[in-house]
Design a protein around this ligand. Structure first.
Ligand code: MG
Length: 400
């Protein structure tokens, strides 16, 4: 590992393609798979590897904003440079941008290969200690046929000695830059960087690739990857729990009430130590209940002056933080608000939106219902407002 660090390794991620075969509105490398973009996953593989000093993405011109949204920034991730209409042209732009502070070696990776493991990266880097170029390659399992334009078989190609090339393809930086410059000057077009290197007379070795390191090309491949990952994360978070919470506060002097983090004008206010938001208090207790982690009073004692007049979103945010710290996710939040007045209906969408924001989940995982108490009891007498909440959460199976 030490030798790898000393050699200063940069990564070039090629993501300038338009991905026409995958269809859709956006290039395939920006599609989300289980909440994270294809390109972001490809980049993360390298960020997780300690030998990589910096990563240079090459993207389509005009894709800067979509890139910024799809890929979180990182100290080792350089701002993207614009590519060209061909893969080879894009690689050359990326190599030139790295040349100002030239690394000793470079790994060139397809932005549409999101399932790259650390092992393959290490294998390619180890191979570079003994070769000017190294690529991961897989034996071909299928029998290979050559066909004519009508689809008729012309010949069966012997598969001995044939392998399928993957990426990342690693090279000594100075050599691959010269090879690409020469290929461009000669007007030669190749489909991978190893082919450019071979044409330039470089010796390129292979190391074993990985079947899971697939290049996502079609819409079907992207949706299959989505299903596989969603299934894996659902299985990993198979400890499903439900918690409930209840809260009530009394009306008092004031001109508005806080409900679900939204200020609703009213001829009265609510009495409480904090901002007396029954909706957020009930939700906080529902999540803490699902975690079997006490209640709102344990974590935010009313005796503590810090919480006097506090915005209750901090309570819900803390319950969510405790859930995330245990590796969990919110599956669903359901809230019933019981009040004779004010009318909640006009604020329902705003409350739903606010709760989704505080909890960091999508709107489709938040449900708000409102009812009166039919004039019965303390709520019917307009003395206060109550809320019932249910939280469904998923946790990883832990060791009991
Ligand atoms: Mg309360």
């Amino acid at each position: 590992m030490k030798a790898q660090l000393l050699r200063k390794t940069a990564v070039l991620i090629v993501a300038a393609g338009r991905g026409e075969r995958a269809g859709g509105d956006i290039p395939k490398q920006y599609r989300q798979i289980d909440g994270h973009s294809v390109l972001g996953r490809a980049i993360d593989s390298f960020l997780d590897h300690p030998a990589i000093s910096r990563i240079q993405p090459v993207i389509g011109s005009g894709d800067e904003e979509i890139f910024r949204q799809a890929v979180p920034s990182h100290a080792r991730l350089l701002p993207p440079v614009s590519g060209e209409s061909t893969r080879q042209g894009s690689v050359l732009q990326g190599l030139r941008s790295l040349a100002a502070d030239a690394p000793e070696q470079v790994l060139i990776h397809d932005g549409a290969r999101p399932f790259l493991g650390k092992t393959i990266i290490s294998r390619v880097l180890d191979g570079l200690a003994h070769a000017t170029g190294v690529i991961p390659a897989l034996p071909i399992a299928s029998t290979i046929k050559k066909i004519d334009p009508t689809g008729r078989i012309v010949e069966t190609v012997p598969r001995e000695g044939l392998v399928a090339a993957e990426t990342p393809q690693g090279f000594r930086f100075a050599d691959i830059l010269v090879a690409h410059e020469r290929a461009a000057a000669a007007g030669k077009e190749f489909t991978d960087d190893a082919a450019v290197a071979e044409w330039a007379g470089m010796s390129v070795a292979t190391v074993p690739g990985d079947v899971s390191n697939i290049k996502l090309t079609t819409a079907e491949e992207i949706s299959a990857a989505e299903h596989r990952l969603a299934g894996e994360s659902a299985l990993a978070l198979g400890d499903v729990r439900v918690g409930n919470g209840f809260d009530v506060h009394t009306f008092g002097p004031g001109d508005h009430i806080m409900l679900g983090g939204v200020a609703i004008p009213h001829d009265r206010g609510m009495v409480g130590h904090s901002d007396a938001d029954v909706a957020l208090h009930a939700l906080t207790d529902a999540i803490l209940g699902a975690l079997a982690d006490g209640d709102i009073g344990v974590h935010f004692p009313p005796s503590d002056p810090r919480w006097k007049g506090a915005a209750s979103e901090i309570f819900l945010a803390e319950a969510v933080r405790r859930l995330r710290a245990r590796g969990g996710r919110i599956a669903h939040l359901d809230l019933a608000i019981i009040a004779e007045a004010p009318k909640v209906g006009p604020y329902r969408d705003a409350i739903r939106q606010r709760i989704a924001e505080i909890a960091g989940i999508t709107l489709d995982r938040v449900s708000i219902k409102a009812t009166t108490n039919e004039g019965l009891g303390y709520i019917g007498r307009r003395e206060g407002i109550a809320a019932h909440a249910t939280a469904t959460i998923r946790l990883p199976f832990g060791i009991e």
